[in-house]
Structures are given as structure tokens and as C-alpha cells.
Design a protein around this ligand. Structure first.
Ligand code: CU
Length: 110
């Protein structure tokens, strides 16, 4: 009986742990959004890499919009929010901020 009790918490946690591992694909590059800029503005990654953008502003929201892919603008990122995206195909992928068209960046995927 004692043994069963020691195993039970482990069994309970298993689905959670496997889910975390599956979602936990490593981030290849972090891009900070600060002072109305994407830093760095240009990033070069390999196909399959994940890019994470973090809004480091104190108050300002932004978006990360791959407008030229014909996608709708995603939800705004408020301070502390992150936006992650895996790039599966090689190519150059320009993006912009929806509310601030002068904020631009490009992901180069090799
Ligand atoms: Cu913006």
C-alpha cells in the first residue's frame, strides 16, 4: 500500500510532463520588441527553428504581422507577452507591426 502511494503522484503527473516536453521545442532566437523596434531587426535561422518575440515595452502594445503571407493580423502583444513561430521553409519572411507600419523586420530562413 505504501508503495502504491509513492507511485500515484508520478502517474498523475505523466500526461502533464509529456505535454510539456512536446510543446517545449527549443527557441532558436529571441527578438525583443523595445522602443518601437524589433531587435535585432534581421534574423537568420535554419528551417525548423523557432523564433520568439517578446514585448519588452513598459506600456506599449505591438503585433507581429506577416502581412505579405496574406495572413490576418494576429492579436496584440502587451508588455511581457510573447509570440512564437516555427519556420519550416527556406526563404525571406518580412513582417511588420500592425499599429506601427514603420516597425519592420525580416526572418531569413536557410
Ligand atoms: Cu508596434
Amino acid at each position: 500500500m505504501t508503495r502504491l502511494f509513492s507511485i500515484l503522484p508520478t502517474l498523475f503527473l505523466l500526461p502533464f510532463i509529456s505535454h510539456v516536453f512536446a510543446a517545449d521545442e527549443p527557441v532558436a532566437i529571441d527578438v525583443e520588441i523595445i522602443k518601437f523596434k524589433f531587435m535585432p531587426q534581421e534574423t537568420t535561422i535554419k528551417a525548423g527553428d523557432k523564433v520568439r518575440r517578446i514585448n519588452k515595452e513598459k506600456r506599449q502594445y505591438h503585433s507581429v504581422w506577416f502581412e505579405k503571407l496574406g495572413e490576418p493580423e494576429p492579436d496584440y502583444l502587451f508588455p511581457g507577452d510573447t509570440y512564437e513561430r516555427v519556420f519550416e521553409k527556406a526563404g525571406d519572411f518580412p513582417y511588420r507591426c500592425g499599429p506601427h507600419p514603420e516597425m519592420t523586420g525580416t526572418v531569413h530562413v536557410q
